[in-house]
Design a protein around this ligand. Structure first.
Ligand code: FDA
Length: 534
């Protein structure tokens, strides 16, 4: 090609590129203008001095807080519910993606990161809670945290509680939308099982309650992941009875104290215990002095961590009969109110109730998590393979597995009652976690990601199959195909992860989505697809 033609091509390329860039910028300006007109205050763009602190405030996983992480064009923090429909209108008119954030705990950062131009609708100020102890219900807005919900319930009554997650800073909006479990789950099921009404803004900007949204959509948002269907403004929840006092215990056993045999036994009994008794197992690696047992310098610590919804005198004989090998004695047990048990499981001093109102965790780090369901006990030699994985170098900072017992109320609720399908037949759920720090992240985060993927692969023969089930609130982008720009998910692609999170409920979720948001406006890398082709 002649030099002149080459130069012409070069200038043409530059010209078209600048046209695309300037029209993209104009489009962004139109969008921002619309937003500011509709919203006057509470719109933060990168030119605002508080933009970065507002963005980072709710981020719980530093993997998604790097300078290279895509940032939103704007963050909107409405003060009142009626301010939300205009945000949706501006975003739709300008084809701008919305990420709704309540507590920001999403494991893959989906509430505040997107690969296409986007805004964050941050519900941090939509966080009111009204408790009616007489009818045993509460209305709680999505931006409220679990800790504040527990606190407000306890303020009204010491004998009412709510069966949701263990970490007080979790947002109600995302948590109930994905299920939500905690120490009361064997007695009362999931948080989403105890939702009786909700308010949502749909794609047309209408504010709907249970009656006006209809039972199909009301079914979908209780466990199907709210982000696919609209913006959930508030949930009405049924509160549950708790006694004046409950009992807690935490017993550590190492490999040298027969941990492998104890865990092996726990697998067959934890799901069969009375509904009042919840015993989970937390596995971690522990450094010990050289040559004192374990493998080299390390051993495994199994923490049997329990809530009993009753008193010590009933608990001790029950444990003696079902799990004498653990050796639980009276001095291991602590009596406290249910609200104090929330602090106990968080590791806070049990008399510092005000800590439940803190929105920010004292420290956050880099992590990756995965989940599994176990339907047959893992043999002892299978457990020993896990210990070998924990002795690898990548587990040095912290690697944890949490075994959460199922059974009880979880077995009684039909798999199709809400989109969360993991019910009868499951002995327990596993959460696999690996954490690392800023220094390791600066060197090589991939190392830790690859370790947890190896652990997950190792677990294949021991966990549920066809599909290999997963918990949607432990969002994991590894488990299915998602396309590169993260804007659409086709039905066949989505079915890969969809059947893992929702089993047979996935197709009903797709049908609801197709009716309520046919144009697929509410989307993320793992949102429910619409069958309408645009
Ligand atoms: P976030 O705001 O990140 O939202 C999560 C998802 O829901 C995103 O896709 C978001 O767009 C969408 N969303 C949020 N608000 C919405 C709204 N109002 N309308 C529509 N869509 C909305 N789980 C559990 O069951 N039991 C537990 O004990 C724990 N413990 C725990 C501890 C820690 C430290 C973390 C980081 C996470 C957990 N989880 C958990 C998982 C937690 O339940 C899950 O991440 C929830 O989705 C978090 O809800 P947030 O509102 O905080 O997240």
């Amino acid at each position: 090609m002649k030099l002149r033609s080459l130069l012409a091509l070069f200038f043409l390329a530059i010209f078209s590129f600048s046209l695309v860039v300037s029209s993209a910028k104009e489009h962004d300006l139109d969008f921002l203008e619309c937003l500011k007109k509709a919203h006057e205050s509470n719109v933060y763009t990168p030119t605002n001095s508080s933009y970065t602190s507002i963005l980072s405030f709710s981020i719980q996983n530093l993997r998604f807080d790097a300078p290279s992480t895509p940032k939103p064009l704007a963050i909107v923090t409405p003060q009142q519910e009626p301010q939300i429909p205009p945000v949706i209108r501006c975003a739709r008119e300008n084809e701008m993606e919305i990420r709704t954030r309540s507590g920001g705990h999403d494991y893959e950062g989906l509430s505040y990161v997107s690969k296409v131009p986007f805004l964050i609708l941050d519900l941090i100020n939509i966080s009111g809670i009204t408790v009616d102890a007489k009818s045993k219900t509460a209305w709680v807005q999505s931006g409220a945290t679990l800790g504040s919900l527990y606190y407000r319930v306890a303020e009204k009554s010491r004998t009412l509680g709510f069966p949701a997650g263990l970490c007080p800073t979790i947002g109600v909006g995302g948590h109930l939308g994905g299920g939500g479990y905690g120490t009361l789950m064997r007695k009362y099921g999931l948080a989403a099982d105890n939702v009786v009404d909700a308010r949502i803004v749909d794609v047309n900007g209408r504010i709907l309650d249970r009656k006006s949204m209809g039972e199909d959509l009301f079914w979908a948002i209780r466990g199907g992941g709210g982000a696919s269907f609209g913006v959930i403004l508030a949930w009405k929840v049924r509160l549950v009875d708790v006694p004046q006092n409950v009992t807690v215990f935490s017993i550590d056993r190492t490999l040298e104290q027969n941990a492998t045999r104890l865990i092996h036994k726990w697998q067959s009994l934890a799901h069969k215990l009375e509904k009042d008794l919840f015993i989970r197992v937390i596995l971690s690696r522990m450094n010990i002095k050289p040559n004192q047992g374990g493998t080299g310098n390390y051993t495994i610590r199994a923490t049997f961590n329990s809530l009993f919804v009753g008193g010590i005198d009933r608990l001790l004989p029950m444990m003696q009969e079902s799990f004498p090998e653990l050796g639980l004695v009276r001095k291991d047990c602590i009596t406290m109110s249910w609200i104090q048990s929330i602090l106990y499981f968080t590791g806070f001093p049990i008399d510092s109730l005000e800590l439940l109102l803190e929105r920010k965790q004292s420290s956050v780090g880099y992590f990756k998590a995965k989940s599994d369901y176990v339907q047959n006990p893992i043999p002892e030699n299978g457990l020993e393979g896990i210990w070998r994985m924990f002795f690898q170098a990548e587990a040095n900072l912290q690697a944890v597995m949490i075994f959460t017992p199922y059974g009880g109320r979880m077995d009684e609720i039909a798999a199709s009652s809400i989109p969360f399908p993991h019910r009868a037949g499951n002995l327990y759920k596993i959460q696999h976690l690996v954490f690392w720090g800023a220094a390791e992240a600066a060197r090589d985060s991939e190392r830790y990601l690859s370790w947890i993927r190896r652990l997950y692969k190792y677990m294949t023969p021991y966990v549920s199959k066809s599909p290999r089930e997963a918990y949607v609130n432990y969002r994991d982008l590894d488990i299915g195909a998602n396309n590169d720009n993260g804007t659409t998910t086709s039905y066949p692609q989505a079915k890969i992860w969809g059947s893992k999170y929702f089993k047979n409920n996935f197709d009903r979720l797709v049908r609801v989505k197709t009716v309520v948001d046919p144009g697929n406006f509410f989307k993320n890398e793992q949102s429910i697809p619409s069958l309408v082709i645009r």
